[in-house]
Design a protein around this ligand. Structure first.
Ligand code: SRM
Ligand code: SF4
Length: 564
């Protein structure tokens, strides 16, 4: 590759360990915004500059700068916090941000609407709770996910602990975070930044994501990650992970060089070799990833450019051991368990449906109030899922009734929602996401009500269908792995993608390039009728579409886009 590095590369190497002029930018009261370089740098600290897009026109009319505010995303490995942490986070969100905590598709939470002057107090609140947002965004390894439900396997806890171990192992070494947000000791003028053997001065070419799945549950869409780990056990014993590389979903409309890609399973690593292997894979991407064109710099493109076999050999060379052959596994679902589940140790966990991860009181389904009262009792922990839902974790049997009473008081029951709604995902999109071309979480609930009506009409009420929507092709709600995926193209217009499977093993394909609501409903009405009439016994909607309309073709990524 030639040496025409993208502008972000100079920003990283010139930042003295992610410091740059960020402290000055934050102190500047004249504007609510940061300069361009600072906007890039602040991402590594877990924050994005945004503005209220609903108010842009009004602000421009009044000759005011846009209504800038910041989103801060926490780094919470496996999405696991205590009841007290939840309570204090909600207080902080009420005081410093919009008051509405958003559970993300990567098992963590973010606050929106924080004005510049409230960023430091928010970060200090996190720190007081033993939490932080470092590396929640930026060109580094991000929040590590792990199947949330402890009832998934007798060895769940041992696997779950890997999420935190991996996150810490791959965390940037800079002291900039403490210095900028927490009034930590300043690096002496002219002194070099802390040494970082993994990220060095250049960090990674692009963001990097790791998720762990415990079969048969694929809640985190393990194949959508740069590295996907599939936990393998035998009886009660956890052995290690099958490892998949090169998953990723982001794409750009009209740029056929970009595409969603499903990760390739390349082998098995015993548990004691996991951290070392992951470190080396990240280092390979650091050394070989594309640093010229950010649209082509994710690991998936490195894997396609250099080849899966080359990549595997490079891992083995750097680690000085051979990967074993992948072990058998099977995924059968991705949706969360709602209501009570008991784990292997006799502890109880209660799954709560949170539509699109928005923790608020809506139409008598009052999650925000319920969470406050429940966490005040400290009778549970709190865990987020990769489906943007919540779990009240580790409840003693004797405390279940008290929690049930509080859930009832706040209208939290699950029978009023359809199966498809409870498995649906939408990304944030408008009004905070600067990249949104269409609505996401503000629109999907209404559309699902209409799709529910069609499912009822065709006798499919009890058939869950995975429905996902994003406001643009970046894929934050993982629509490319849905049975029905909507990818925003313009206000009110979406690409309709069909034929993904229920288990998250197969990417879907474009069925119609651009549809509005009327066409979505007409198309689904016809397809549901056809599905009811012609599908095989127990065949899923996505599988039916794949078999019939897409003739069973299987693609990993690039080819799919070229062929569709
Ligand atoms: Fe994402 C960018 C929200 C999961 C792929 N994503 C963004 C930004 C930060 C927009 C921006 O760059 O300014 C969005 C902020 C919206 C807002 O107002 O808060 C945003 N992404 C989200 C979240 C909050 C969606 C949600 O509603 O839950 C998810 C936060 C996850 C987390 O906690 O870390 C979120 N984003 C994802 C996922 C799903 C996943 O990782 O499982 C993907 C697809 C998987 C992948 O990475 O390939 C995803 N987000 C992107 C991309 C495309 C990356 C690419 O390779 O092309 C962008 C744009 C970019 O990076 O340039 C993006
Ligand atoms: Fe924003 Fe697009 Fe991600 Fe939705 S998919 S949050 S619109 S970047």
């Amino acid at each position: 590759m030639s040496e025409k590095l993208s502008a972000n590369e100079g920003m990283k190497t010139g930042s003295r360990g992610l410091r740059g002029t960020l402290a000055d930018g934050l102190a500047n009261q004249i504007t609510g915004g940061l300069d361009e370089v600072e906007q890039q740098l602040v991402k590594f600290h877990g924050s994005y500059q945004q503005d209220d897009r609903d108010r842009r026109a009004e602000r421009e009319r009044k000759k005011l700068e846009w209504a800038y505010s910041y989103m801060i995303r926490l780094r919470i490995s496996g999405g696991d916090i205590t009841a007290n942490q939840w309570l204090k986070l909600q207080d902080s969100c009420d005081e410093n941000a919009s008051g509405i905590i958003k559970i993300t598709t990567r098992q963590t939470i973010q606050f929106h609407g924080i004005v510049k002057a409230r960023m430091k107090p928010t970060m200090k609140d996190f720190d007081a709770l033993g939490l932080d947002s470092i590396a929640a965004c930026g060109d580094v390894n991000r929040n590590v996910m792990c199947g949330a439900n402890p009832a998934l396997a007798p060895y769940h806890e041992e696997v779950f602990e890997f999420a935190d171990k991996i996150s810490l192992h791959l965390l940037p070494k800079t002291g900039a975070f403490r210095e900028i947000w927490l009034d930590g000791k300043k690096l002496a003028e002219g002194a070099p930044a802390e040494e970082d053997p993994l990220y060095q001065e250049r960090y990674l070419p692009r963001k990097f994501k790791i998720a762990i799945a415990l079969p048969p549950h694929n809640e985190n869409d393990v194949f959508a990650n740069d590295i996907g780990l599939i936990a393998i056990g035998e009886g009660d014993e956890f052995l290690g992970f099958n490892i998949a590389i090169g998953g990723g979903l982001g794409a750009t409309h009209g740029n056929s060089a970009t595409y969603p890609r499903r990760g390739d399973v390349i082998g098995f690593i015993p548990k004691n070799k996991t951290l070392d292997t992951l470190w080396q894979i990240v280092a390979i991407q650091r050394d070989h990833g594309n640093r010229e064109d950010r649209k082509l710099s994710r690991l998936k493109y490195t894997v396609d450019r250099l080849g899966v076999e080359w990549f595997k050999e490079e891992i083995e060379k750097r680690c000085d051991y051979k990967l074993d052959e992948a072990k058998p596994y099977e995924f059968s679902y991705r949706g969360d368990a709602f209501g009570w589940v008991e784990d292997y140790q006799g502890k109880w966990h209660y799954g709560i449906f949170v539509e699109n991860g928005v923790v608020n009181d809506v139409n008598g389904y009052n999650i925000k109030s319920a969470m406050r009262e429940i966490t005040e009792t400290e009778k549970c922990g709190v865990r987020f899922t990769g489906n943007q839902n919540l779990m009240l974790s580790y409840v003693d049997a004797k405390n279940k009734a008290a929690i049930d009473a509080l859930l009832l008081k706040h209208g939290i029951a699950h029978d009023q929602y359809s199966k498809s709604r409870k498995e649906a995902i939408a990304c944030v999109a408008m009004p905070t996401c600067p990249l949104a071309l269409a609505e996401g979480q503000r629109y999907l609930p209404d559309l699902i009500t209409k799709i529910d009506g069609l499912q009822d009409k065709h006798g499919l009420k009890d058939t869950p269908i995975t429905i996902r929507m994003t406001g643009c092709p970046n894929g934050c709600g993982r629509p490319y792995l849905a049975e029905i995926g909507f990818v925003g193209k313009a206000a009110g217009k979406y690409a309709l993608r069909l034929g993904g499977d229920y288990e998250g093993e197969r990417l879907n394909q474009v069925y119609k390039e651009e549809v509005d609501e009327a066409e979505i409903l007409e198309t689904l009405d016809n397809l549901f009728a056809e599905f009811t009439d012609k599908s095989n016994d127990n065949e899923r909607f996505g599988d039916y579409m794949h078999r019939t309309h897409f003739k069973g073709q299987v693609f990993i990524g690039a080819d799919q886009e070229k062929n569709s």
